[in-house]
Write a protein of this length. Sequence first.
Length: 474
Amino acid sequence: MATSKATRDMGRLVALFLLSLLGDLSRAEISSKIGINFGMLGNNLPSLNQSLVHIQSLKAGRVKLYDANPEVLRLLSGTKIPVSIMVPNHEISNIASNQTAADEWIRNNVIPYYPDTMIRFLLVGNEVLSCYADQDRQMWYDLVPAMHKIKASLKAHDIRNIKVSTPFAMDVMRSTFPPSTGVFRPDIVDTVMVPLLQFLHNTKSFFFIDVYPYFPWSDNPALISLDSALLEGSVPFIDPVNGLNYTNLLDQMLDSLIFAMTKLGFPGIRLVISETGWPTAGDIEQPGANIHNAATYNRNLIKRMTTKAPIGTPARPGIAIPTFIFALYNENQKTGPGTERNWGLLRPDGTPVYDVDLTGKRPLSEYPQLPRAKNNVPYKGKAWCVVARGANLMKLGSALSYACGEGNGTCDALAPGRECYEPVSVIWHASYAFSAYWEKFRSRGATCYFNGLARQTTRNPSKLSQPIASLEDV
Ligand SMILES: *[C@@H]1O[C@H](CO)[C@@H](O)[C@H](O)[C@H]1NC(C)=O
Ligand SMILES: *[C@@H]1O[C@H](CO)[C@@H](O)[C@H](O)[C@H]1NC(C)=O
Ligand SMILES: *[C@@H]1O[C@H](CO)[C@@H](O)[C@H](O)[C@H]1NC(C)=O
Ligand SMILES: *[C@@H]1O[C@H](CO)[C@@H](O)[C@H](O)[C@H]1NC(C)=O
């Protein structure tokens, strides 16, 4: 009897061991691949078929969508590429209050493709806590209830290998530096963050974070070392509270989040980097957006995240962090500053902006030399906002009235008889209005974009002898 019990125990032990091994292996499989964000905010992007070809030739280990595009999900079936799909923000509140709506979402967006299409992450909303308009507040509070209902729908279909989560931006943090002082914003801690962390803990899901060392560095290039932001290794920073040793900004940002979660009683929730990257171009006053830095950051990132033994972070050494790079394409219809339209690994025609091996196998020394970075120091001179090349003249009129309508007397100088009335041309007047508007509101976050009608220049348009013709070339 004793022997047989011992044998049974032994058998159970072996089974447990194998199970844990399987768990480790599947986790290792999840972690050692770099994913790509497939954003589609462009009017010049390749077909979805062609995009799938690009994703495969980039050897992306996963793909993340900002919706549940049926054609993409069909194209992915049988490709063995795990995919992350998303419930759009505007559907969150309805789903939160209505299990039938959640069931319907799963029935329409998961069931037709699963399991042939390897849906592995289902993200409810995108950066929901970064939507600050009054009418978005309800969505904050509906987020976790919606995640519960989505999870229940998956369970009802006995689907257990799709993790439910939601990606946040770093503005969920009130403090990130030094990392040990990391805490979440007080306005979301009790209402959203604690229930969310409880959900992630109970369902063994991941905390998804969009984390860009580019932003803190470009806000503060004099204070933060570029090498640290680019994962090049830098003078160590020792956290005064716990003595942890940081040599890059990404680890600092991630650990601030880990410390914030730990303070709320959730020390073990694993991270996924749902977005990270570096822009290859941007506005005049945005430093460091260039091919040299983008290639350096992404290549270093991929190296770090694909090592056989995971590196982790100082607070969590050895724990892998699945990572999605932003983004597949430069997307010309994204609004905001110039960098927004220049995060892609590929141009809209599918050619690479720079070489990058997403598998991490290519040694860094085997990439061709990169162009020198010319804009790492912030531009301090004056800049103007003028009509962009190829701008649609039909649309200039309303942009001109918009710019002039903002503020107090923004376009007074364009009135007949005033100093900027001549030459009487919509291009000239719009360029004046864009510049006047931008100068007035820049400090409050206004951008020189106007839906693609405007661009920045360092050459004073009023000093050109032939302003209208020359606008094409400045
Ligand atoms: C995309 O591929 C599908 C099947 O592979 C095919 O039926 C469809 O015609 C293709 N569409 C384009 C635009 O190539
Ligand atoms: C719940 O959602 C379903 C499906 O969208 C809809 O038909 C139904 O009217 C909703 N119920 C309520 C109470 O809103
Ligand atoms: C911090 O790490 C760096 C790089 O690994 C190392 O050179 C340095 O000695 C460490 N500093 C401390 C105080 O541990
Ligand atoms: C516009 O300017 C006038 C006169 O200088 C001033 O009284 C008024 O408050 C200003 N309005 C705004 C919105 O700044």
